[in-house]
Design a protein around this ligand. Structure first.
Ligand SMILES: [Zn+2]
Length: 222
C-alpha cells in the first residue's frame, strides 16, 4: 500500500492555486512485469500521484516542478507551447484527465524544455503502464510504440548510460515491440543483447535470461 497526502500547488505558468495528492513514502514495489512495470500490493496505482496537472492550463510536472516563481519561470514560448499542444486537449477533456494523459502532457512539456530521448521514453512508458491500469488497449499500444522509438533514439545517440542499462533498454525495446505484436522487431532487439552474451557480466544475466524467455516462451512477469 502507498500512503498519500494532500498538497497545495501553484502553477508557475498561469498562477492557478490548486490541491493535488502525492505519495509520502517510498513505493513498495514487490515485483516487475517483463516490461519493467512495477507492481505494488493493494491500494491504488502510484503513477497518478507522481506528477501533477494544473487544472487551468494543463501544465504537468512533479511537485518540484511547481516550485518555480511564476515571474521567473513562465515564459511566452512555454505559454504558447501549452496553448497549442496541451491546454486545448485538456479543456476538451473538461479537466477529467487520466493518468496516461498526464504522462503524455508531461512528456511533451519535458521534450519542449529540452529533455533527451531517454527521459521522454520513460514518460511514454509510464503512460503505457497507466493505459494498462485504465483498460485502454489502444492507448497502451500507442505509448509502447512511442516509448520504443524514443529508447531507440536514446541508444542511437549514445545518451550517457551504463553498460547494464544499455542492455536492459535494448531488451526493453524488444519487449515493447513484442507487446504491440511486432514479433520480428522484438526478435531483432532480443538478438542484439544475445549477440553480446559472452561478454556481459553477472549483473546482465537477468537481461540475457529475459531475452531468451521472451523469445521462446513469453511470460507476463519478470
Ligand atoms: Zn496553469
Amino acid at each position: 500500500m502507498i500512503t498519500i497526502e494532500k498538497i497545495e500547488l501553484r502553477c508557475p505558468v498561469c498562477e492557478k492555486e490548486f490541491q493535488s495528492e502525492k505519495i509520502v513514502d517510498k513505493i513498495p514495489v514487490y515485483r516487475l512485469k517483463t516490461d519493467l512495470h512495477p507492481q505494488i500490493l493493494g491500494g491504488p496505482s502510484p503513477f497518478q500521484f507522481m506528477i501533477h496537472t494544473c487544472p487551468e492550463c494543463g501544465y504537468t510536472k512533479t511537485a518540484d516542478g511547481f516550485k518555480q516563481e511564476p515571474q521567473t519561470y513562465a515564459n511566452i514560448a512555454l505559454v504558447m507551447f501549452l496553448e497549442s499542444e496541451v491546454t486545448p486537449r485538456f479543456r476538451w477533456l473538461n479537466n477529467s484527465i487520466t493518468a496516461s494523459e498526464k504522462y503524455e502532457a508531461y512528456a511533451k512539456i519535458r521534450e519542449f524544455e529540452g529533455a533527451g530521448p531517454r527521459i521522454i521514453a520513460d514518460h511514454f512508458l509510464a503512460a503505457a503502464w497507466c493505459c494498462v491500469e485504465e483498460g485502454d488497449t489502444e492507448g497502451e499500444r500507442y505509448f509502447r510504440r512511442l516509448a520504443a522509438q524514443k529508447y531507440h533514439d536514446a541508444l542511437a545517440s549514445f545518451d550517457e548510460m551504463e553498460i547494464a542499462e544499455t542492455f536492459a533498454i535494448t531488451y526493453l525495446v524488444g519487449e515493447l515491440w513484442r507487446r504491440v505484436g511486432d514479433n520480428n522487431k522484438a526478435l531483432v532487439w532480443f538478438n542484439k543483447v544475445l549477440a553480446f552474451e559472452s561478454r556481459l557480466g553477472e549483473d546482465c544475466q537477468w537481461i540475457i535470461d529475459a531475452c531468451r524467455k521472451q523469445m521462446t516462451n513469453p511470460t507476463e512477469w519478470l
